[in-house]
Each structure stands twice: as C-alpha cells, then as structure tokens.
Design a protein around this ligand. Structure first.
Ligand code: RIB
Ligand code: CA
Length: 309
C-alpha cells in the first residue's frame, strides 16, 4: 500500500534526511512539498528544498508556504542549521522551480479530491497546516492522518519547556492538535533515541552515491554545530515521521489529548500531555526500534543510489 503524502518542511538538515527517505522509499509517493519558515527564512527553506528535490529528481511540486508564524514573533534556528538553513552542501544551477499557485489551495484540492488517501507530514512549525484547516472545515475529516515531528512530554530543546517546531508557532500547533484528524506525533521522547553517532555515520557514508554525498556534507556541518551547542551528535528528528510511514511497527505510542501552552511565559510552546485516553485521536510516540530505524534509512539511501547514482 503506497503512502501518499504532502510534506511540509523547514529545510533544515534533518528535514533534508526526511525528504531523502521519502524519495528513496518505494512505499511512499510524494504528492507535493511545501517549504515553510522555521529553522530558517522561507526564502532559504524554499531554496534548500528546491535544490535537494532537484538533486534527488523529485517530480512532485514544491510550493512556498508561510513566511512566519500566526501570531508570535518569528524565531529561527540559525545556530544549528547555519546561515542559509542547510549549511554544508553546495548545489550548482538547479532546474526545479517553485510551483506557481497557492499552497493552501494545493493542500485542500489534493486532500478533498483524494478523501482518506493523503497523509500530511509536518516536520517544521505547523503554520501552513493550521491555515489550511481553518480555510477548509472539511479538511481534517478527509485527511488519512497527520504525522508530525514536534513536542515533548518533558524537557524541550529550544527552551527547557518547549520543542522548536511547537515553540516556533504554538497557536498553529494547538489548532492542529484540536482538528480531529488522526495524529501521530514524533516528539523528543522518541526522536532522541535516533542519535547519528560515528558508527552510524560510517554505515551510511559507506553506501555512497549522490544522495549520500549531500547527506555527508550536510552532516559534517550539522554534527559540528550539534556538538558545539547541544553537546551531542544530531538526532534524526524529522526522519522519524517517514520511518513511521514506511514501517509503523518500529514505533510505540500512547494515546491522549495534548494541549499546547499558548499563554504562559516560561512555558510558552510546551506540549502538555493529558491523561491516557484510548479514544483520543492523538498518538504520541514513546519508543522507536532504533536498529529498525537505521536499517530503514540505509535502505532508502541504497534505493536512491540505484535510482540517481
Ligand atoms: O526540534 C526538532 C525540530 O526543529 C526539527 O524539525 C528540526 O528540523 C527543527 O526544525
Ligand atoms: Ca524541521
């Protein structure tokens, strides 16, 4: 069964790996990609996404999404992802251009004309999806599900209370978490179980090929910035969403409502997990089978090597 997805990305080093995996998996069809502001500016995220999509021969359209959050003052993550948001790889002249048309209309038209078929994969702030949900009240009921990277049941990563994607647009995250669609949320609890340590780096680099060349040059920068500012190797946050779509059995979830703190000062952007509730539509990832995750990632890169060299 092919998973048909719309990806919403703030490319971003780990966003790029999620795009690699989606492009490299036979189980996934990318219907469209929307670049949004988050790790970096919209212009940078769009250029980074177009460059990567061009290099990976991705046919799907790439749209420009939101240039900033719904309400709060914009925050970015330049320290970690570098000046252009995807420091490391150098791309030549690209053929792929941004898709004309409005990203909100694309989301609504694609989902409503394929009811129950499309999964929305959000690996940056939730601004774009929140806007589409508000623009079309039917959208949530026609989505197959939402698979998002964000949140934490405990410590954050951008403040002690908040994870970056939620912190960058808490109001949007609250809209998404209350839309009623099935939601699979990959928070720090699970994504921090996927640390790209030196042995995994070498395993991936040994695969070779153009996609790995891009991966390696991006990780050279990302590893240095993570070691400097986070004092650890990078976690593969965003790729967890794609690994879930490829093999849901790799992940364990609890089911409960999740609220976002939108009024607090110290806890602004915190995800507050409510008591377990088997009837909730919100599933929060607690565990990932790390060996299976890395095997899945390696397979995607091996497929890309066959497809694009
Ligand atoms: O907290 C991790 C998230 O923030 C990831 O999506 C990463 O790309 C950054 O946007
Ligand atoms: Ca991201």
């Amino acid at each position: 069964m092919t998973e048909r997805i719309i990806m919403d990305v703030d490319t971003g080093h780990d966003d790029a790996v999620a795009i690699d995996m989606a492009a490299g998996s036979a189980a996934i069809k990318i219907e469209g990609i929307i670049a949004t502001a988050g790790n970096t500016s919209l212009d940078n995220a769009l250029a980074n996404t177009l460059n990567l999509a061009d290099a990976l021969h991705i046919d799907a359209p790439v749209f420009a999404g939101s240039s900033g959050p719904l309400l709060r003052k914009q925050v970015t993550a330049g320290r970690i992802h570098g000046e252009n948001g995807f420091s490391g790889p150098v791309f030549g002249k690209r053929n792929k251009q941004v898709q004309n048309g409005n990203f909100v209309e694309f989301i609504i038209d694609t989902v409503l004309s394929n009811p129950g078929e499309i999964s929305f994969v959000a690996v940056g702030p939730c601004t774009d999806l929140a806007i589409a949900l508000k623009a079309e009240p039917l959208l949530a009921s026609k989505l197959k599900r939402i698979v998002m990277m964000g949140g934490s049941s405990g410590m954050g990563n951008v403040t002690q209370s908040a994870e970056f994607n939620i912190y960058a647009d808490p109001e949007a995250a609250q809209i998404v978490l209350h839309c009623g669609a099935p939601i699979y949320m990959m928070g720090l609890d699970c994504t921090l179980q996927t640390i790209l340590d030196p042995s995994i780096q070498q395993r991936m680099y040994a695969i070779g090929g153009k996609a790995i060349d891009i991966f390696r040059s991006s990780m050279d920068f990302y590893i240095r910035s993570c070691l400097e500012y986070i004092h650890d190797y990078p976690a593969m946050h965003d790729p967890c969403t794609i690994a879930y779509l490829i093999d849901p059995s790799l992940f364990e979830f609890t089911t409960q409502a999740i609220e976002v703190e939108t009024r607090g000062e110290l806890c602004y952007g915190r995800t507050c997990l409510m008591w377990p509730d088997p009837d909730s539509n919100v599933h929060f990832a607690r565990k990932v089978n790390a060996e299976g995750f890395w095997n899945t990632m390696a397979q995607c890169f091996q497929n890309l090597k066959k497809e694009i060299g």
